[in-house]
Design a protein around this ligand. Structure first.
Ligand code: KIV
Length: 274
């Protein structure tokens, strides 16, 4: 892979990344690069590009399945897509989101559902949303040998409770709670925490307060790593470009123009050729 940059040993190596390797990256000051993926061809390219952590996010619901939010996504949906992604990933650590109501109802059902992502899909960890209120569940998953990625701030499964996709942790009290939630997740054994849509100073404070890595999305540059939704960074949807993301391509234009060219070629007899 790449050479000439010191301190980026993981990036240069083909060795499979794991939860301890990501924790080590924080210790040595290496930024963690994370992207979502939902299918085999995207996963292959993301992995080949040297991304450290691939997340089969339940954003699957919004960006692939066409739902309004993540709430309708099922464990079966996630297993199906995680299996495809796993076939395309050989270097990055693969984490699968636990969908709404797959871990909130009881610890046994959280264990059973998380277990499916490791047994059936070949994932190396799961992500779930929440702080102190899910710490016991996180601890039980970790005790069962399942690495857990936490998720704080704007947690999309609580969109109705928040009254929309609005920035969280704006007040001093909320920022104190954020830090104690992050510490509760760390104490429960989480290997890293996603911080979504919070002020950058709050994200930097959490990052200082815990030894495990923080991975930001809409949380500024003070986190130990960054995650983006792959469809957003590729510009797949002309109607949606979140402010916190960056479009590295405008694939919707390229794809639409290819579809139109094909349609025209068929209609005018230019494809197929004799
Ligand atoms: O579902 C998802 O894609 C996520 C990321 C935005 C962190 O939770």
């Amino acid at each position: 892979m790449c050479s000439g940059i010191t301190g980026y040993e993981n990036w240069m190596s083909d060795k499979r990344l794991s939860a301890p390797a990501l924790i080590q990256m924080k210790k040595t000051g290496q930024k963690i690069v994370c992207l979502t993926a939902y299918d085999y061809p995207t996963a292959r390219l993301v992995d080949a590009a040297g991304v450290d952590l691939v997340l089969v996010g339940d954003s699957l619901g919004n960006v692939v399945l066409g739902y309004e939010n993540t709430l309708p996504v099922t464990v079966d949906d996630m297993v199906h897509h995680a299996k495809a992604v796993a076939r395309g990933v050989s270097r990055a650590m693969l984490v699968v989101d636990m969908p709404f109501m797959s871990y909130q109802t009881s610890i046994p059902s959280a264990l059973e559902n998380a277990g499916r992502f490791l047994k059936e899909a070949g994932a190396q960890g799961v992500k779930l949303e929440g702080g102190a209120e899910v710490a016991e569940t996180v601890a039980k998953l970790v005790q069962a040998g399942i690495p857990v990625l936490g998720h704080l701030g704007m947690t999309p499964q609580s969109v109705h409770a928040f009254g929309g996709y609005v920035k969280q942790a704006r007040s001093a009290d909320a920022q104190e709670k954020l830090i104690s939630d992050a510490q509760a997740l760390q104490d429960a054994g989480a290997f890293a925490i996603v911080l979504e849509l919070i002020p950058s100073e709050a994200a930097a404070q959490v990052t200082q307060a815990v030894e495990i890595p923080t991975i930001g999305i809409g949380a500024g540059s003070g986190c130990d790593g960054q995650v983006l939704v792959v469809n957003d960074m590729l510009g797949m949807d002309e109607r949606f470009a979140p402010k916190h993301s960056r479009q590295y391509a405008r694939l919707h234009e390229i794809m639409r123009s290819a579809f139109e060219s094909y349609a025209e070629d068929v209609r005018f007899g230019r494809f197929p050729e004799d």
